[in-house]
Design a protein around this ligand. Structure first.
Ligand code: DUC
Ligand code: ZN
Ligand code: ZN
Length: 477
């Protein structure tokens, strides 16, 4: 038998959520099979030469080729989106298979498989978006899809084409509890947004910056508290996504202080952007329209504190890619439209890890173990992919990032690999960038080039996430 490894990564400083070891990493058949001070030869060897090696990133919240109401269209499909992710150190993405109201959830998933197959360059799983919890969806489709490996889903408290009533959310959470799935919640009060929008538009305030005025912090705070209440009523864990500032975070901390099972996510835009970006001259502010909107510097600081102190569990991109100069994108229909029609979302799948590595670890706000936990280990746990994904251990997939820890890099859209025509982080100076990204032992990013290929990514069936288990349910029940 040939006992050579397929690949040996030598002299790594391998950092996980809990440990650091100086070791060689031996890979066979796409999996890590040995970690030791000195391993035998490999068909291929990469000398990491004392460099930091982390688990490949797991982006637990991104949107790729998600069908949108016309004429909106996402810029990234599974090819360009996963290519961009790989070049930024991410090796697993979990975008959303979204049900349209009146349609079958199962058909939405089948359609989404067709969009991914033959295109994805790295591994992927699906969250579901439940927008129409009919009897059939609740009784048959959702439980069956959970058993088929889509073990997490998102519910919206706003957006007319997606939002659920409180009662519908309770129905869906009941299924999550019974089946052991993780429920993610977009928490903003829909009626408040509609009311504020009407007032703003009536007084002629239609520029992009008024997007932030239509969704102020109390709108997010109220909905966050309401979602927490639902979670408490049903004794079911939930994960509040894209938390933007102090108000919502206060509710989350309050709930966590009462030992409720509330998990939380934040994203780069709430650490690094502010509502002032929405006020950039002309229509430029449209590039920063996302929901909830970025807040202010004081709120950024509170989000950093939340990351450092453990209030947040996952750090995702919420990559929602729309081109700026595009009639399918921010200039919808070819016009500088009023703020309420600007497609919501910003790109960031490639910059997520480098931003947190530089601004978080490099600036001393969090440590490397927290970085790994937030960007890889915890999302893998929350969504039933651990320990196949999200760590460096014997038996795990050989999804790794070898960091060029000291590389000075100024972000520019020209260097990124998405299909969007701008980055909100243009001109930001970072220290540290992925030198090599390995996906199941194959280099997909190396020497400044994308080395993957369309269709090599595999669909991952997720297990039932441990953190989704209700507290009162006996172990193994
Ligand atoms: N919610 C998301 O999760 N992503 C993009 C826009 C939004 O409102
Ligand atoms: Zn959302
Ligand atoms: Zn999103």
């Amino acid at each position: 038998m040939n006992d050579r490894f397929d690949l040996v990564v030598r002299n790594a400083v391998a950092v996980t959520a809990g440990d650091v070891q100086r070791c060689d990493i031996g890979v066979r058949g796409g999996r890590i099979v040995a970690l030791a001070e000195r391993l035998g030869p490999g068909e291929r060897e990469i000398d990491a030469a004392g460099r930091t090696v982390t688990p490949g990133g797991v982006d637990g919240h991104c949107h790729l080729d998600q069908p949108m109401p016309a004429p909106m269209r996402m810029a990234d499909d599974f090819l360009t989106g996963t290519r961009s992710a790989a070049c930024g150190g991410t090796t697993t993405v979990i975008p959303f298979a979204a049900q349209k109201k009146g349609e079958s959830l199962r058909e939405a998933v089948e359609d989404y498989h067709r969009r991914a197959e033959g295109k994805a360059c790295i591994d992927y799983a699906f969250h579901l978006i439940v927008s129409d919890p009919s009897e059939r969806v609740l009784r048959d489709e959702l439980p069956q899809l959970i058993r088929d490996g889509c073990t997490s889903f998102k519910v919206y408290m706003t957006y007319d084409d997606l939002k659920l009533s409180d009662r519908q959310i309770l129905d869906v959470l009941e299924v999550a509890r019974r089946e052991g799935a993780m429920a993610m919640v977009h928490a903003e009060n829909s009626d408040c947004i509609a009311w504020l929008t009407e007032k703003l538009v009536a007084s002629g305030h239609t520029a992009p910056r008024h997007h932030a005025d239509s969704r102020p912090a109390p709108v997010e705070r109220e909905a966050t508290h309401r979602a927490i209440t639902f979670s408490e009523l049903l004794d079911v864990p939930i994960l509040i996504v894209h938390v933007s500032g102090a108000d919502a975070l206060e509710q989350i901390r309050w709930a966590q202080g009462r030992s409720l099972n509330i998990y939380a996510e934040t994203c780069p835009q709430y650490l690094l952007l502010t509502a002032e970006h929405l006020g950039l001259e002309g229509f430029q502010g449209a590039k920063y329209v996302c929901s909830p909107p970025p807040r202010d510097k004081a709120n950024q600081q509170r989000i950093w504190d939340g990351l450092a102190k453990g209030a947040f569990h996952v750090f995702s991109s919420d990559h929602a890619p729309f081109r700026y100069e595009d009639a399918h994108g921010k200039k919808l229909g070819g016009k500088e439209v009023a703020f309420q029609y600007i497609p919501n979302g910003i790109p960031g799948i490639e910059t997520r890890l480098p931003l947190l590595f530089s601004e978080g670890v490099g600036e001393g706000r969090i440590d490397l173990h927290q970085f790994v936990a937030l960007t890889a280990t915890n999302p893998a746990r929350m969504y039933g992919l651990y320990p196949r994904k999200g760590t460096i251990a014997v038996g795990s997939d050989a999804d790794l990032v070898i960091w060029d820890d000291q590389r000075e890099q100024t972000i520019g859209n020209a260097m990124l690999h998405h299909a969007v025509d701008y980055t909100p982080y243009e001109g930001m100076r970072l220290r540290g960038w992925p030198a090599v990204t390995l996906s199941r032992g194959e280099a997909v990013w190396e020497d400044g080039e994308f080395r993957g290929r369309a269709g090599r990514g595999e669909f991952l069936k997720c297990g039932l996430p441990d953190p989704a288990r209700p507290r009162t349910r006996a172990a193994g029940a």
